[in-house]
Design a protein. Structure first.
Length: 231
């Protein structure tokens, strides 16, 4: 049964370049390990897609909309449905001195943040640095193998799925009367990454869930025990 805009759906997928079938990304740890692409920092698990909300690539959304839970299919996608066509205006020449002022030694293939965009150094020659700010997969035709794992039904589970999407692990989530209450216990590490993720998480709740008008965070902290007491 096809899904509707606003539905929360979890999917597993593996993306490959259509030209040579090389792996681009997968949510499946087994495939990552088999193809020598495993990254210990990556969490391999089904990804959340909120349909009709631009939460995923257009090609992925379009494919998922006409699928059913448990269904699996392979879809070839044009650049317009994934990362767009290449734009020559995004390839610029910068002075080497601009990088040296920031203590950066640019090398071909290096990825940098330039004016808030990911850029790839294409070449360094005679004091000039060619920088490409196109997405690394711009202009590529991609093939996605997609499996619909689950449709997330209740508001509590939707908020929990969003928290997981932003790498947060609340102790509990409850939605009642348009208010979402999210509890982070003392064991949750509350560093700068936590603060940034929490802000993105709360914004996503309002963006994707029209029935929620307030988000309440409850945080617990405990004094650390002295080293002598930990033994």
């Amino acid at each position: 049964m096809p899904f509707n805009d606003g539905d929360f759906v979890k999917v597993d997928y593996t993306a490959r370049r259509s030209s040579d079938r090389s792996l681009v990304y997968t949510t499946l740890e087994k495939i990552a390990r088999e193809e020598g692409a495993y990254d210990a920092e990556t969490k391999y698990s089904p990804q959340l897609v909120v349909l009709g909300k631009d939460s995923a690539l257009k090609g992925v959304e379009n494919a998922v909309k006409i699928m059913s839970v448990g269904e699996e299919k392979t879809v070839d996608m044009e650049p317009k449905d994934t990362f767009g066509e290449r734009d020559d205006s995004l390839v610029n020449v910068m002075h080497l001195s601009d990088f040296r002022k920031k203590d950066i030694n640019p090398q071909p293939g290096m990825r940098l943040d330039v004016d808030g965009r990911v850029a790839i150094i294409k070449s360094v020659n005679s004091g000039r640095v060619v920088v490409d700010m196109n997405h690394p997969l711009a202009g590529e035709k991609l093939t996605y193998n997609i499996k619909v794992v689950e449709k997330v039904e209740t508001d509590d589970k939707k908020v929990a799925a969003l928290s997981e999407h932003y790498s947060l692990k609340p102790d509990s989530v409850a939605v009642n009367g348009g208010v979402a209450k999210v509890v982070f216990g003392p064991k949750v590490k509350k560093d700068s990454n936590y603060l940034i993720s929490k802000a993105s998480f709360s914004e996503a709740i309002f963006r994707y869930m029209n029935g929620i008008n307030k988000v309440v965070f409850e945080e617990e902290y405990e004094r650390e025990k002295p080293e002598t007491e930990k033994k």
